[in-house]
Design a protein around this ligand. Sequence first.
Ligand SMILES: Cc1cc2nc3c(=O)[nH]c(=O)nc-3n(C[C@H](O)[C@H](O)[C@H](O)COP(=O)(O)OP(=O)(O)OC[C@H]3O[C@@H](n4cnc5c(N)ncnc54)[C@H](O)[C@@H]3O)c2cc1C
Length: 477
Amino acid sequence: MSTFAKTLIDQLKDIVGADYVLTDKLDLALYESDAETLDIAVPDLVVLPASIEQTQAVVRLLSAANIPMTARGAGTGLSGGSTCVHGGASLVFTRMSRVLAVDPYERVAHVQVGATNVSVSKAANKYGLYFAPDPSSQIASTIGGNIAENAGGPHTLKYGMTTHHVLALRGVDSRGEIVEFGGFGRGGVDLTSLMVGSEGTLFLVQEALLRLTARASRVETLLAYFPTVGQCGQAVSDIVAQGVIPAAMEMIDKLTLNAVEDYLKLGLNREAAALLIIELDGDGIDAAHAIVQNCLEANQVISVNWAKDEAERMRIWKARKLSFGALGRIAPHGYVLDGVIPRSRLAEAIDGIAKIGERFGLTIANVYHAGDGNLHPCMLYHRENLDEVKRVMMAGKEILSLCVALGGTLSGEHGIGIEKVEEMQTLLSGDDLAFMGQIKEAFDRDGLFNPGKLLPSLKRCGESGARPLIRHTISAC
Ligand SMILES: Cc1cc2nc3c(=O)[nH]c(=O)nc-3n(C[C@H](O)[C@H](O)[C@H](O)COP(=O)(O)OP(=O)(O)OC[C@H]3O[C@@H](n4cnc5c(N)ncnc54)[C@H](O)[C@@H]3O)c2cc1C
């Protein structure tokens, strides 16, 4: 076991129940990382509270003992956000998984933070409502993780990110006090959107009031193939320039397309350089239909297939939603990046990423939320091949630099976490970072909530308390 005094462990067990404090080496190993597996740091203990009151008591105890606390939902994050890089406690909220109420008149859902994204839509479905943010991980990922990362998804293009759908938050601060924002609070400055996307560094979300969206009366989905990625990217830009905002525009490249076909046998065109999925919904579909078709044809589309029924629509979406899983057939590990570029520079970015891949001798698969310029190049690798890991990390840095140089940014939806924390210095000025540090300090004076994430430390990693990660040995901090 650990460096922690037995009395502390016993006190934690008294609060949450003996089965919900984990200190066994094997149990702890399950919490060594999120889905970004380049950064591994085993926590010293795992605590699973079942209520806001239990979380309060746990935080008071750990805070008094000066123990770092890192919130965790389902652990599907892709930037190492819930990895305990400073050790300490992993606070896991999956026991708090209830949708407490759905109000169809106000079109809101009141949920506990460990509810999965999809469970909110399931609960609202009987009223013709749903929770619009739809990360591809929605079957597993929790509302807490979605809020902390400001998650997006294929339909973000039209419906916005998580932040556009959060009306109120209730949580616990680092002193163990309950804090409320937005509609749960009593007025004053509304800090709700400051909290969304704060990656567990400011407070622990426990409950949320979420905006629900009415299901569109009509939805049409198409699948199109292109001879080049550039032509596909140009078609995407043309559609938006013509004034049509589809509900989604998703693109996958040839390598991914073939991995999906190997896996699912959907009858995809293996020869195409790019596959584009477009979804139209709501009013005005007929007018949009014609504009989209024209833009596709103007860019030498190979073929266009409008889904004839719901079953065909679902098949098309399956190809996209299972694309990262399908890549597991090519290599055991994949490092998924999350750069953003202006949509109009898609073709340049794609070309640049291919050149970086060639230079580092890496296989890079590409899946894009093409409509909003959010790129997910996935570098495939074998973790035991340290030379390959090193090249993956160096190529990752170059790809993110390329996105920034093209006028974009470091993250569209996966957050900064530990993965991109050092790159923050390339994006923001010292003044900006210092200001953000002051915000962190205002909410978490002792820096106990998710240390090492989002904001770079002025200390070198050997001095900061961070455990040695693969990335530290490669970048030499
Ligand atoms: C196959 C796959 C597909 C994905 N697709 C998408 C996608 O389309 N769009 C997208 O945005 N993301 C996607 N992701 C990334 C990931 O699913 C999201 O970031 C998701 O929001 C994380 O939720 P989680 O419950 O797994 O959170 P975790 O990974 O457990 O935690 C994520 C962050 O949230 C913090 N956190 C968790 N709970 C709380 C809380 N209660 N209070 C405060 N902070 C908290 C953690 O400290 C951490 O910083 C994908 C991941 C995978 C593996």
